[in-house]
Design a protein around this ligand. Structure first.
Ligand code: SAM
Length: 248
């Protein structure tokens, strides 16, 4: 664990010691049966483990959520960037848990991956540690010029848009939180000639991608499965799921 992540984890652990519990948020994820150990480096997961496990509507639990507690402690955590928005910009918009990565690698069955809109390259880094080769593309390197992602880069990301998917028919396509009100995801599906698709995000065109993407998903693709127990931010109906191309 690098120093700044270790400091972040220590800050969260210290906050648990001085905060009281709130209904439904009395333990960090690390102290529940949902905890998982990383095989390699996964700093976002190491931080998320020390956030509250919140059973939100009982549908996608556990949920890392804001810490319960007094305003001063909360403000100190927010100022450290230990809240959803800052962690999404620094690492990734969806949280890749160790079991998510195992689930993906099993479905990949030796295939490699092409990722469009890779942001910081965090998912690419995670998949590469899990043994997959990833061709990652984004039109903006992470940083000031990218309105969504400032951390990293955690992997090599080529300059490229959705049409780059056409160059990789033998790989699986990964789209994680494709931008809202954007045709990036539907254009990637148009260009992609392969058989397997991974999507992380909400299944809602008001939140990610656009109507055309979800229509294409419904007509041309068949659901395979969803990663069991995918950990999502509190209030986010984020899924990690796979589709295969439908047979005509
Ligand atoms: C919400 S972020 C998600 C980043 C990353 N996939 C994740 O889950 O953390 C959306 C990303 O899509 C990229 N993007 C937007 N339009 C794009 C396009 N036409 N082609 C490639 N990338 C694009 C943005 O630069 C940004 O990095």
């Amino acid at each position: 664990m690098n120093e700044s992540v270790a400091d972040d984890v220590a800050a969260l652990q210290a906050a648990w010691r001085c905060l009281g519990s709130a209904a439904g948020r009395d333990r960090p994820l690390a102290e529940t049966e949902f905890d998982q150990e990383s095989d390699g480096e996964n700093p976002l997961w190491e931080i998320v483990r020390w956030m509250p496990a919140d059973d939100w509507l009982g549908r996608w639990s556990p949920k890392p959520a804001f810490m319960p507690g007094d305003a001063e402690t909360l403000m100190a955590l927010v100022q450290r960037g230990l809240e959803m928005g800052a962690l999404q910009q620094r690492f990734a918009w969806a949280i890749p848990s160790p079991s998510d990565l195992t689930w993906m690698v099993d479905l990949l069955a030796g295939r490699d991956v092409v990722e469009i809109g890779a942001g910081t390259g965090y998912w690419t880094w995670m998949l590469e540690q899990a043994g997959a080769n990833v061709a990652a593309y984004d039109i903006h390197p992470p940083g000031e010029g990218n309105g969504y992602c400032t951390g990293g880069p955690y992997a090599d990301i080529a300059d490229g848009g959705p049409e780059a998917a056409r160059e990789h028919p033998d790989r699986a396509l990964l789209l994680s939180w494709p931008p809202r009100e954007s045709d990036m995801a539907s254009r990637a599906l148009d260009a992609f000639e392969g058989e397997l698709l991974f999507f992380a995000g909400e299944l809602n065109p008001l939140v990610v991608a656009d109507e055309a993407f979800f229509k294409r998903l419904a007509t041309d693709w068949t659901p395979v499965s969803a990663a069991p127990g995918h950990v999502a931010w509190w209030g986010m109906k984020c899924v990690l799921a796979a589709w295969k191309r439908s047979v005509d």
